[in-house]
Write a protein that binds this ligand. Structure first.
Ligand code: NAP
Length: 350
């Protein structure tokens, strides 16, 4: 149980990110002083939206430079902060050569680096960690081994590795590392947010998040011949940001929180967009047979192992802890999907 002084600065790592940008907006609108870290504060395409937000909100923003892999890089930004929100971590699922260097090392060593800074900065009372449902399960097939028929905060991903689902592996080992460091001391506590696939309008124009690339692919023709029969948990980026704020300032908040509004397939997402935009964009209209998806997997940037253990398997998540303990009320997913696509149109991305 920790009460956070609302006039102390709040640190958000990776401030230019898709989720972090919404989180910073909410904190600034609530009047907080926000310290944020980015890798390159001089890169205007990455920070311009943040400085504009600060200019139009009652709160104050201070931007610091920090790389996850530079030891001690977060100490300066953390000075005076009672609350630290650690969101920075790569969210890419393809397009890299070395999974360990691209994903696992920044996630695990970066988390250790941020939390060791929290151990050195005496002001820190609480850390909110952006984990993922990827730390709860690895493949959709894993749900067959869960007798209750849905994933909950009790579950841990045991099936991912550097070679199979490396992003999911990066999230589970980073969260485990965080709990180990947290439990070795008692000055600060930790609240973990485990979002499912996040969609909704992006404030950041530079994010390389898979959330944004998959939504772009819905309307740029990549999926016009069809989509794999894949079901995912999905949630609005604005609800994820709010979950972080509530996790930070609710004194009795503790433990893990699945933050997921519902489950839908890629085809259902396509149908939601078609209902709104008709044939104006080449939305997916059918699901492809699994053998074809398996055959085309290497060309599509996913492994055949991923297809084997995910295509055709349902997933389901229990979001009751986030609703009851954080008071979250989830937006309807149609609104999330169409608001996101509308933003891509407005920003001429599709
Ligand atoms: P994003 O827009 O790509 O944000 C990732 C952030 O991490 C960026 O600010 C990026 O900075 C930073 N980062 C990456 N490598 C770094 C390094 N070596 N040093 C410093 N910063 C580094 O992705 P996002 O979707 O907002 O994801 C944010 C967090 O939410 C991640 O922890 C992700 O695992 C988690 N999450 C996301 C989803 C989702 O569906 N989007 C779902 C569950 C959990 P640069 O711009 O400099 O690269």
């Amino acid at each position: 149980m920790r009460t956070i002084n609302t006039s102390a600065p709040v640190l958000v790592t990776g401030g230019n990110g898709y989720i972090a940008s919404w989180l910073i907006k909410m904190l600034l609108e609530d009047g907080h002083t926000v310290h944020t870290t980015v890798r390159d504060p001089r890169n205007m395409t990455k920070v311009e939206h943040l400085t504009k937000m600060a200019a139009n909100a009652p709160g104050t923003l201070k931007i610091f430079k920090a790389d996850l892999l530079t030891e001690g890089a977060f100490d300066e930004a953390m000075q005076g902060c009672e609350l630290v929100m650690h969101t920075a971590s790569p969210f890419i699922v393809s397009g890299f050569k070395d999974a360990n260097e691209a994903l696992v090392r920044p996630a695990k060593e970066g988390t250790r680096n941020v939390l060791e800074a929290a151990n050195r900065v005496f002001a820190v009372k609480r850390v909110v960690l952006t984990s993922s449902v990827a730390a709860i399960y690895g493949d959709a097939k894993d749900m067959q081994n869960i007798p209750r028929g849905y994933f909950s905060e009790e579950d841990w991903n045991t099936s991912s590795s550097t070679d199979h689902q490396p992003y999911s592996y990066s999230k589970v080992i980073a969260e485990k590392e965080a709990w180990t460091i947290c439990r070795a001391q008692d000055r600060w506590d930790m609240v973990v947010i485990n979002p499912s696939m996040v969609y909704g309008p992006s404030l950041s124009k530079s994010s390389g998040s898979t959330s944004i690339s998959t939504m772009v692919n819905m309307g740029d023709g990549t999926m016009k011949l069809g989509v794999p029969k894949l079901t995912l948990g999905v949630v609005d980026v604005r609800d994820v940001a709010l979950a972080h704020v509530k996790a930070g300032f609710t004194p009795e908040a503790s433990g893990r929180h699945i933050v997921s509004a519902t489950e839908i397939s890629f085809l259902e997402m396509g149908r939601m967009l078609e209902a709104r935009y008709g044939d104006a964009y080449p939305f997916p209209k059918r699901e492809l047979p699994k053998f074809l998806v398996w055959l085309m997997a290497p060309k599509s940037g996913v492994s055949r192992g991923f297809v084997h253990k995910n295509v055709g398997y349902p997933v389901k998540f229990d979001n009751s802890v986030s609703r009851e303990k954080l008071g979250l009320a989830y937006r309807p997913i149609e609104q999330t999907i169409t608001d996101h696509f509308e933003q891509l149109i407005e920003d001429r991305v599709v």
